[in-house]
Design a protein around this ligand. Structure first.
Ligand SMILES: *Cc1c(COP(=O)(O)O)cnc(C)c1O
Length: 370
């Protein structure tokens, strides 16, 4: 699905030198590489604070801990997403309120969010799924009027811009109260292990997040609160600082692959190509088709027989995951999420795709329908 070896081979000299520098300095934890990357990412995103941490799931958890919710508070979350988003809500004894998504963009819309609000709603987690932004301006307005905290899950959307009606752009993850991302290797800005970060423009919240990520300390060995231990290690930070310099070109490379797929599949009435929202740029963490004639699983088998990898993101909506039994109302119906789980298929997309490989994938898909 991705070609991490090919990508590494192009930046090997830079990355190897940066890793060796950390090894020779022996500053493995909270070394200068971490603060350098933090500053680079703050400047790239145009955000006041980046707080690195150990992974994207921790980022979501720490953000929610820092916002001071009480057990039983409701957090609205789309049901068509990776489980981590709702997992941390349940882990913190908050109540995940799962909502449906738009069938074309796969995103939670402002209308869907608004309909799910109750007196207990304390937060909402817009997930910028597959690499494009939720419609943040109306989401922020609705949330602002009701005192609801917005925690963006930007694990799949780093580098993508939200586009305001007046044409102004702002990076996803920097629009809400706090944004969270993951540097898992296959993410658009991936390291060579685990990593994550939180973003915020709120100075006080940033200090709280930093403290919680560091055992609740404000000053060393003086613990103000119960926190966690969640750090981005120096080697990963050094790698990320190099890769960040290439992020925009990586996003462009993914978009070119998506453009070619779109053109190739436009004539196939059995397939719906990904819809690009007018309020967002798309960085195509995934290139996800909908198979409209019920043949999704057979298409996947056909591709597998031709040695073309394809993945189902996601096969089960959150409200049907066993992990959330007892947390979901028995009569909850989310028909779009249910249907998408039977229709979607994601094709390989990455920064190193050559024309011959892409043609082979396109021909494999076409040969199933023609
Ligand atoms: C990857 C991902 C996460 C979790 O990130 P990890 O670094 O794997 O913990 C959370 N939310 C979404 C939408 C993701 O894709």
């Amino acid at each position: 699905m991705v070609d991490l070896k090919g990508q590494y081979s192009k930046i090997k000299a830079e990355v190897d030198a940066a890793v060796v520098e950390v090894l020779e300095s022996a500053a493995f934890i909270n070394g200068p590489a971490v603060s350098r990357f933090q500053a680079s990412l703050e400047s790239y995103l145009g955000v006041g604070h980046v707080v690195p941490c150990a992974n994207g799931t921790d980022a979501l958890q720490i953000a929610m801990m820092a916002l001071g919710f009480e057990p039983g508070d409701e957090v609205i979350v789309p049901s068509f997403t990776f489980l981590a988003t709702a997992e941390v809500i349940a882990l913190l004894r908050l109540t995940p309120v799962m909502v449906d998504v738009d069938p074309e963009t796969f995103l939670m819309t402002p209308e869907i969010f608004e309909r799910a609000i109750t007196a207990k709603t304390k937060a909402v987690v817009p997930v910028h799924l597959f690499g494009q932004s939720c419609d943040m301006k109306p989401i922020m307005k609705i949330a602002g009027e009701r005192g609801i905290a917005v925690i963006e899950d930007a694990a799949q959307s780093i580098g993508a811009d939200y586009i305001f009606r007046d044409g102004r752009h702002q990076k996803t993850g920097t629009l809400g109260r706090v944004g969270c991302t993951s540097f898992f290797p296959s993410k658009n800005l991936g390291c060579y292990g685990d990593g994550g970060a939180m973003f915020t423009n709120d100075d006080e919240l940033a200090a709280m997040i930093r403290s919680i990520a560091n055992h609740g300390q404000a000053e060393r060995y003086y613990h103000e609160r119960v926190g966690v231990n969640s750090r981005l290690d120096s080697i990963q930070a050094a790698i990320l600082d190099i890769k960040l310099r290439h992020l925009d070109e990586y996003c462009d490379a993914r978009r070119s692959v998506a453009d070619a797929y779109d053109a190739a599949f436009a004539e196939l009435s059995e397939l719906a190509t990904p819809v690009r929202a007018s309020h967002s740029t798309h960085v195509f963490h995934q290139y996800t088709l909908r198979v409209l004639d019920g043949s999704r699983d057979r298409l996947r088998d056909h591709l597998a027989s031709l040695e073309v990898p394809a993945m189902i993101y996601y096969p089960v909506p959150l409200q049907q995951q066993n992990a959330f039994k007892g947390l979901v109302p028995p009569d909850l119906e989310l028909p779009v999420a249910d249907r998408l789980c039977t229709e979607v298929i994601s094709l390989p997309i990455h920064t190193e795709m050559d024309a011959a490989t892409q043609t082979r994938i396109i021909d494999a898909v076409r040969s199933f329908f023609r």
